[in-house]
Design a protein around this ligand. Structure first.
Ligand code: KG4
Ligand code: ZN
Length: 341
């Protein structure tokens, strides 16, 4: 990073509009987030067109807000999420980043959303050093990654079906909870008995490092139906939520610890929305003999700060504003180690 540079980060890949200013000298100096959750709740999931429109509505006021807070007229560089994500939503952020880059005559850098997630702990006081194992658990991804250095990522395992967050969200829906279900299910689980239902720990004893959550989801569905048929569902919800959460967390933690040990890595970074789960955080800290790092809770889910820090670390790739990149699919292991700045 070049001294005194301030990078504006813009995140619009899904249903959160996030912006932040990251200073090479002072770290994170401002951030703002607007969640669209209320707009999508009635549909039970994210509606892409509504997401894009709301990013258009919110982005400029949020950027103005962080610039005013810090008292600068323009940043030195702009980083935006270029994928993976909803293409229309990504194009809003990419269009804004490149438009402002032209107006302000400052370089623009395209950031991989999942690299943002795995670098989010770099925003904390005690950031991890490379190498580390990353457990990336979000609404769209579940991955174990050997992170050898910035940009050198080897995917060791991923999900064969649902992502961890999707499994939480779908289970929450089965239980009649709102959207997004993950945090609501986690809150309900606090009141339940996690041993009430012996749900499967899918793939936990298989030698590979892949995940599968569809069998667990089916097992939950069968128990929900049984409880409904018996007129017992109101008394059973919390126990089902707690037993599901325990099974999902056991699987995620078991595989993450196994991967770190197999790779000889003594640090684990937990990132992505499901990384906000308290049971996951406490279990991995208890079961792993090395050090565990997480972003603060608000930076586990999507935000502009993680994009600003990832962009600041990739300033050598910043280009003058010309091309709007928006990729729905983009594998993390295709990234390169950036040239030194
Ligand atoms: O990283 P993220 O904000 O967005 C994506 O890039 O997908 O992750 C959102 C996911 C949702 O599935 C949400 O239900 C889940 O993270 N989530 C949680 C918790 N907080 C958010 N899952 C379990 N426990 C939580 N406390
Ligand atoms: Zn995300």
């Amino acid at each position: 990073m070049t001294a005194s540079k301030i990078t504006l980060g813009i995140e619009t890949s899904c249903d959160e509009t996030g912006v932040a200013l990251f200073s090479a000298e002072r770290g994170l100096i401002a951030h703002a987030l607007h969640s669209q959750v209320d707009l999508h709740t009635v549909y039970g999931g994210v509606v892409p067109e509504i997401a894009s429109r709301d990013h258009v509505r919110m982005l400029l006021p949020l950027i103005q807000q962080v610039m005013d807070e810090v008292g600068i007229e323009k940043p030195d560089a702009i980083a935006y999420t270029a994928g993976p994500g909803l293409v229309g939503a990504l194009m809003v952020g990419g269009g804004m980043a490149n438009g402002l880059g032209l107006a302000w005559d400052c370089p623009v850098v395209a950031v991989h959303h999942m690299e943002g997630h795995l670098l989010a702990p770099m925003l904390e006081e005690n950031p991890p050093e490379f190498p580390f194992l990353a457990l990336l658990v979000s609404g769209g991804h579940t991955m174990l990654i050997a992170v050898r250095e910035l940009g050198d990522y080897q995917i060791l395992g991923s999900t064969l079906d649902d992502a961890a967050g999707e499994a939480f969200d779908k289970t929450a829906k089965l239980l009649g909870l709102g959207y997004p279900g993950g945090p609501l299910l986690a809150a309900l689980a606090e009141e339940g008995d996690e041993q009430a239902y012996p749900f499967p720990r899918p793939m936990l004893n298989k030698p590979n490092l892949d995940f599968s959550f569809s069998g667990l989801k089916t097992a939950v569905m069968l128990e929900v139906r049984k409880a409904e048929a018996a007129g017992e569902i109101d008394n059973r919800r919390a126990d089902i939520a707690a037993s599901f959460q325990r099974a999902a967390v056991d699987t995620l933690v078991g595989k993450a610890v196994k991967a770190a040990e197999a790779e000889g890595l003594d640090r684990i970074v937990v990132a992505g929305g499901v990384g906000a789960n308290r049971l996951l955080r406490s279990e991995i800290t208890t079961r792993f003999s090395g050090e565990v790092f997480y972003p603060r809770l608000e930076f586990c889910t999507d935000n502009g700060a993680m994009i600003a820090v990832a962009g600041a670390l990739r300033l050598s790739e910043a280009r003058s504003a010309t091309e709007i990149r928006a990729q729905a699919r983009w594998s993390l292991d295709t990234l390169d180690v950036p040239a030194a700045t």
